[in-house]
Write a protein that binds this ligand. Structure first.
Ligand code: PLP
Length: 496
């Protein structure tokens, strides 16, 4: 059934969105809300709409629901309910831990330690603290993205007040030895925060076993809604709020609570706890299957991150030569939704800080793809991914023909490069054949032929674009240099 969103309009009519999803493997970016979670949230938009601070029964109902959710989240991480503070997500939880703790305790010292592969929510918070005269030590990782706890120990100083090392990395999936870092921190009497956004709700997280004092969680990573998270703060630790206002969340976080989202997070946590073993077994089987199949595809493909100390659903690979933009596009055109690593940096045209910290050279880092499985994925999905990766690897190594144009001619050439460029001067082009027939002309050409290309009016620009679309090739980049339009076209040889 087609989903409608507003006055009977389809999502496409209302927002112009078009989604082709046959295989979603980007669960580290976000997960769909579990229908049971949505059902639990529903009353809190309508009949149970109260403000939890209100002193009447409608407010009390909302308040009770929040406390129930708090208990469920506390249970997921073996904490006490009063140690759980709701935030707007993992980012705010990280910010609250880093800035809220450091600013409240700066009289004890102004040195903090983070790892080089933290999420930007932690790293940028550390940068802000640095601007506020805190000193920051960044501990390195090895080639697997693993932090040696002894490096953390070596970075300790007399004025260190906080250590923050993530439980598992969102890009390459490597799990850290948080319990050992917790032991070192405790021995030194220093507060230890871990970003457990990728682990809480996916694998067992026990704040006491891990020896952490603060821990960040985010609901949308475990089938809860977006825009809601929590920070665990061990009893007795002092932090200052980032937001000033009302006394909500015991004064740690002002603002009327997002009751439906909090309820949803609570139910998602409960379901995650109940189903953790089976979900985790299922997705780790898919992960291992995909890793084995991919590594057999081509000797140039390498696995990123640790083979054993790894999140159950994470497969991160270097494809070798093929830039990630092209592979993601090819996958996306088949309805396979994967990622390059961090959703937050996937538009940035430089290698992520995580891959750089692991010592992966830039050209390899730019070919990284990440597949992260969820509970609805199947072995058939793995087969579909492997098949498409096989096609991508095949087309990357195949020589192909391409069109080379000068100011007034186009020439078909052979190339082993994986990109071709068509350059059209829209001002000065002249050709005896109408531009709308360009496709037929190209079709009739063979290697070495030349032709003149018409583009004597601005419409030619869109004609050429149409031709590219018409032939089923996607322009993977359009650059403009003065009067030139350059289309970078993938696999053009297939249609010539
Ligand atoms: N920390 C890690 C490790 C993450 O993977 C993410 C999100 O991808 C965040 C923090 C931020 O969480 P949120 O999206 O809830 O703000």
């Amino acid at each position: 059934m087609q989903e409608t969103c507003n006055r009977g309009l389809s999502l496409q009519q209302e927002y112009g969105v078009f989604m082709l999803t046959s295989i979603y493997v980007d669960h580290a970016a976000t997960t769909p809300v579990d229908p049971r979670v949505l059902e639990a949230m529903r009353p809190f938009f309508m009949s149970h709409f109260g403000n939890p601070s209100s002193a009447h029964s409608v407010g009390a109902a909302a308040r009770q629901a929040i406390e129930k959710a708090r208990s469920r989240i506390a249970e997921l991480i073996s904490a006490a309910p009063e140690e759980v503070y709701f935030t707007s997500g993992g980012t705010e939880a990280d910010n609250l831990a880093m800035k809220g703790y450091s600013l409240a305790n700066s009289a004890k010292g102004r040195h903090i330690i983070v790892s080089s592969i933290e999420h930007h929510a932690v790293l940028h918070s550390a940068e802000t603290l640095h601007k506020l005269d805190f000193e920051v030590s960044i501990v390195p990782v090895d080639g697997f993205g693993y932090v040696d706890p002894q490096d953390v120990k070596r970075a300790l100083r007399k004025d260190t007040i906080l250590i923050s090392v993530m439980h598992a990395n969102n890009e390459v999936g490597t799990l850290q030895d948080v319990a050992e870092i917790g032991r070192i921190a405790k021995e030194a009497g220093i507060i230890f925060h871990t970003d457990a956004v990728q682990t809480a709700g996916s694998i067992p997280v026990d704040v006491n076993e891990l020896g952490v004092d603060m821990l960040s969680l985010s609901a949308h990573k475990f089938y809860g809604p977006k825009g809601i998270g929590a920070l665990y703060v061990r009893n007795g630790i002092r932090i200052i709020p980032l937001l000033d206002g009302g006394a909500q969340e015991h004064g740690f976080r002002a603002g009327t609570e997002n009751v439906p989202a909090i309820v949803g997070m609570g139910v998602a946590a409960q379901l995650a706890q109940m189903e953790m073993a089976s979900r985790s077994m299922h997705i780790s089987q898919l992960r291992d299957l995909l890793i084995d199949d991919i590594l057999h595809l081509d000797p140039n493909i390498a696995l990123n991150g640790h083979r054993q100390k790894r999140l159950p659903g994470n497969v991160s690979i270097c494809l070798g030569k093929t830039p990630y933009q092209e592979s993601l596009e090819a996958l996306n055109s088949k309805g396979i939704c994967a990622s390059t690593g961090s959703a937050c940096t996937s538009h940035a045209a430089k290698p992520s800080h995580v891959l750089t910290a692991m010592g992966i050279p830039p050209e390899k880092a730019m070919s990284v793809l990440r597949f992260t499985f969820g509970k609805a994925n199947t072995e058939t999905d793995v087969e579909g991914i492997v098949e498409e990766l096989h096609n991508i690897m095949k087309s990357a190594s195949k020589p192909f023909r391409y069109v080379s144009t000068t100011r007034d001619s186009a020439q078909i050439r052979q190339s082993s490069e994986d990109k071709a460029t068509i350059t059209v001067d829209v001002r000065g082009f002249y050709c005896p054949v109408p531009v709308l027939k360009t496709k037929e002309v190209f079709d009739s050409m063979t290697i070495g032929d030349t032709l003149q290309v018409i583009a004597d009016d601005p419409a030619a620009e869109s004609d050429l674009q149409n031709w590219i679309t018409f032939t089923g090739q996607r322009a993977i980049g359009v650059q403009r240099r003065d009067s030139e339009i350059c289309f970078l076209i993938k696999k053009i040889g297939d249609i010539l």
